[in-house]
Design a protein around this ligand. Structure first.
Ligand SMILES: Cc1cc2nc3c(=O)[nH]c(=O)nc-3n(C[C@H](O)[C@H](O)[C@H](O)COP(=O)(O)OP(=O)(O)OC[C@H]3O[C@@H](n4cnc5c(N)ncnc54)[C@H](O)[C@@H]3O)c2cc1C
Length: 483
């Protein structure tokens, strides 16, 4: 990777220095001595810059002073060293599914888009992926060996960001726990620009913090994690009219108490747009979508789902025996970039009053710009501590709550108010905690980040941050400050 030195570019200083630093020719080269990097360095106005920084969630587009489009670990080292010389903050972007704080001209951004390598070791049942791998890269490769990862709902989400935030699999999560629970090794570039492999043995505290602390302790260049034999899957989605949403949710809250760990599920209230891409019976409607993923025999799955099928006449029902590869159809999440404003919370219970409150806020009679509200069932293996404890907290929560509205800056104030209103109305059932992966631009305050962790875990993470990133180089995220 050649870092251009012909132009003098102003990089704002990091918080530690508090002063602007001029990029001096020669100083930049210091960052390139780590190896023989092959990526590109781009600045605003350069061809390819806009495409490189373009995120999935368009509500906040990074505009870093310089972006390192990394091709490998050496490029990531080069970027961190380059930033260290200038005391500039460093951010990382794989897909841009989870914006946090703005990334401006004072920042160095590492883009891992080109680092998509995946290796499967079927004997050890382990996948090794580079920093920019997407779930679509991993699932198909693992399936070739009869194995499955604890992937998320969407093939276009990045494996590393997902896993470092917990990794709540809508297919196998309740059966096997969080994706982070099964991480074996993490290749990391730390604030000192060193590349190291972190395992439970090499540095137990860093291994603890990375799994749940995301990019606070460094940039991951590769991840190794366990895979599981592919189960027979019985799954899909049952959509009912929004007028039946209350009945479905009341039945659901009783139903989840009796389901086995092999059953993962959620209910989403979706205000579907009136566009041709949406099937005719659902177009322009408020619907409740029951998402089912049963990792077991179809006849057992069918018997488990029967009581919910009886609640209302569905608008559509795709729940059936399915190949694992068809998992994206369970949630049918959007796959094209869009601008969304999101809020989240964790619920300790979903009682009758909670369902009524949710329906009052976003049900058929609510006038709201909220496009999606999801209640996802936790528990099962997600509630159990893994062999090697991690920073993932709040394992006692019963459900995640996720609220999203789609719109640009003009709609943002109205959406944000409405999303905050849903969170406020659901507060009586909230644990007060949050699930890190579902936190976006409106959940970035120090208090919000603290809410993602148990108090004792947060204290440990602050101490770890002081040790490995005392100048808070990695602060363009849901930040754990070193104080
Ligand atoms: C449509 C949709 C569906 C989703 N489904 C699920 C789901 O089923 N389960 C679930 O748990 N989550 C889910 N998520 C949330 C998702 O896991 C997070 O948004 C995750 O952070 C995305 O990672 P990314 O790399 O794709 O995003 P990015 O925005 O590129 O990265 C987000 C953050 O991840 C961290 N990160 C990324 N790469 C690195 C790296 N190399 N080193 C260190 N830190 C890094 C950084 O903190 C970065 O700011 C979903 C999100 C969306 C938008």
């Amino acid at each position: 990777m050649r870092i251009p030195t012909s132009r003098r570019t102003v990089l704002g200083a990091g918080a530690a220095a508090g002063a602007a630093v001029l990029l001096a020719p020669g100083a930049a080269e210091a960052g390139t001595r780590a190896g023989a990097p092959a990526g590109r360095v781009l600045r605003p106005g350069d061809t390819g810059y806009d495409a490189e920084v373009s995120p999935f969630n368009l509500n906040q587009i990074p505009r870093p002073g310089v972006v390192f489009a990394a091709a490998g670990a050496d490029d990531v080292r080069a970027a961190v060293r380059y930033a260290a010389v200038r005391r500039a903050p460093v951010g990382v972007l794989a897909t841009g599914h989870q914006p946090s704080v703005p990334i401006g001209p004072d920042a160095v951004l590492v883009s891992t888009r080109a680092m998509r390598g995946v290796t499967i070791d079927p004997r050890r049942r382990v996948a090794r992926v580079q920093a920019g791998a997407l779930w679509s890269d991993v699932v198909d490769r693992a399936l070739e060996h009869g194995l499955a990862p604890l992937n998320g709902s969407t093939p276009t989400v990045g494996v590393v960001g997902y896993t470092l935030g917990g990794g709540l699999s809508p297919t196998l999560g309740r059966k096997h726990g969080y994706a982070a629970d099964h991480v074996r090794a993490i290749d990391l570039v730390s604030a000192d620009g060193r590349l190291r492999t972190v395992t439970a043995r090499s540095d137990a505290e860093l291994f603890f913090g990375l799994r749940g602390g995301k990019s606070n302790f460094g940039l991951v260049t590769a991840l190794e994690f366990g895979l599981f034999p592919v189960p027979t899957m019985y799954g899909g989605a049952i959509m009912v009219d929004g007028r039946d949403a209350a009945r479905l949710l009341h039945a659901y809250r009783a139903w989840v108490r009796r389901v086995p760990d092999a059953m993962s599920s959620s209910v989403a209230l979706l205000r579907l747009p009136d566009v041709p891409q949406v099937p005719a019976p659902l177009r322009g409607k408020l619907v409740a979508s029951l998402r089912i993923a049963y990792a077991g025999r179809a006849d057992t799955g069918e018997a488990l789902v029967r009581p919910l099928r009886a609640v209302a006449t569905p608008l559509s029902d795709t729940v059936a025996e399915m190949p694992y590869a068809a998992y994206p159809a369970i949630h049918s999440d959007p796959t094209t970039p869009t601008s969304a404003y999101e809020r989240t919370g964790l619920l300790r219970t979903l009682d009758a009053d909670a369902v009524d409150a949710l329906i009052a806020a976003v049900g058929p009679d609510a006038r709201t710009p909220i496009a999606a509200v999801e209640i996802r069932h936790l528990g099962g293996a997600l509630a159990r501590q893994p062999r090697y404890p991690s920073a993932i907290s709040h394992r006692d929560a019963a459900f995640t709550l996720f609220v999203a509205g789609i719109g640009g800056p003009a709609e943002a104030p109205v959406i944000r108010r409405a999303a905050a209103d849903v969170i406020r109305r659901m507060r009586p059932w909230s644990t007060g905690g949050m699930y890190l992966n579902f936190m976006n631009t409106d959940d970035v305050s120090a208090d919000s980040v603290r809410a993602a962790y148990r108090p004792d875990v947060h204290r440990r993470l602050v101490a770890l941050k002081r040790r490995v990133d005392p100048h808070n180089t990695f602060r363009l995220n849901h930040n754990i400050a070193p104080r």
